[in-house]
Design a protein around this ligand. Structure first.
Ligand code: UDP
Ligand code: MG
Length: 306
């Protein structure tokens, strides 16, 4: 019998876990011929998430839990789950039931047809502010261009075959972007659509600054475009400078040279701003290299119950 591993990152989800588990139990009847394995990763929760998970583990030996020594982020939680999973296929989903469990039935059907990656695509974006939507859209448009795949409405809700899980588990990147890496690895890919549900309990953990950090981190992790942009800007400014220089010389020769003080001020401000910004971008990449070279683990496991 094939095994399906369900990977669930949890951060302060004490209220959701019970609902999640009950919903999954109900779903099991619709997944005949599959043995289930549940892998909950407690990402350093400050509430009773791990106690709740341990209770589940006592009741149901298919439930396994990993507890991080502190909060390392959803990406780290997903990757530790991938590394611990034993399933022939794996589904990654949120603990708050925003990813409807019944979609798994469709995903498994696709997997049985021979697909190795089944992406969950959102048909709606759930309840979000206009500002949040605008920000998310611009981010996904940039990422889509960088990766060459339409990333709009993609999510972390997906099914992966054992083969794909093995490849992803072997990556040494510290700054993973699961949502895009599942495209990057290739393999036979298809998608299913689902409607984002309301959170069953608790609140979202995203603030605007954390979203912004997430966007910058993932663009840096997937692209050198910002670095190339610096060279392009450099060339543009150089061209502009040459034109101004020629103009200055011609004016001088004609004896019509202006005093030019405002121009100098503008040029200095523009150039300094440009250089600082460029240094900032280069610095961000250096920081990433530094982090990778230090080779600290992406997460630290404090406790686990297999
Ligand atoms: N999560 C996590 N670590 C974090 C933040 C979130 O493991 O640092 C988990 C969270 O418990 C949930 C999933 O990631 O299962 C999605 O988080 P959330 O619902 O807060 O995000 P949203 O659905 O609003 O994008
Ligand atoms: Mg959520």
């Amino acid at each position: 019998m094939s095994v399906l591993s369900i990977i669930v990152p949890c951060y302060n989800e004490e209220e959701s876990i019970h609902f999640f588990y009950e919903a999954m139990k109900e779903l099991e009847q619709d997944l005949p011929g599959l043995e289930m394995e549940y892998l909950f990763i407690d990402d350093g929760s400050k509430d009773k998430t791990y106690e709740k998970l341990s209770e589940l583990h006592e009741r149901d030996n298919r439930v396994k839990c990993i507890s991080f020594s502190r909060n390392f982020g959803k990406e780290a939680a997903i990757f530790s789950g991938l590394r611990a999973a034993n399933g022939d296929c794996v589904v990654v989903m949120d603990a708050d039931l925003q990813h409807p469990p019944k979609t798994i039935v469709e995903m498994v059907a696709k997997w049985r047809e021979g697909y190795e990656v089944v992406e969950g695509i959102k048909t709606n974006r759930g309840r979000e502010s206009v500002f949040h939507k605008l920000f998310a859209n611009s981010f996904y448009n940039i990422m889509s261009k960088l990766i060459g795949v339409n990333m709009n409405n993609t999510s972390d809700f997906k099914l992966l075959d054992r083969k794909v899980v093995k490849i992803l588990s072997g990556l040494h990147e510290k700054d993973t972007f699961f949502r895009a890496l599942s495209y990057w690895v290739g393999f036979k890919t298809t998608s299913v659509h689902y409607e984002v549900q309301e959170r069953v309990a608790g609140t979202t953990k995203w603030s605007f600054t954390s979203l912004l950090r997430y966007a910058v981190k993932n663009i840096i992790a997937f692209s050198y475009a910002p670095l190339k942009l610096i060279s392009v800007l450099g060339f543009l400014i150089l061209g502009f400078g040459v034109a101004l220089g020629v103009d200055a010389i011609v004016s001088y020769l004609r004896g019509t040279a202006q005093s030019g003080y405002p121009t100098i001020i503008c040029m200095i401000v523009l150039a300094t701003g440009g250089i600082m910004l460029s240094l900032g971008i280069v610095g961000t990449y250096i920081a990433k290299i530094y982090e990778q070279v230090k080779d600290r683990p992406q997460y630290i496991i404090g406790d686990r119950k297999d």
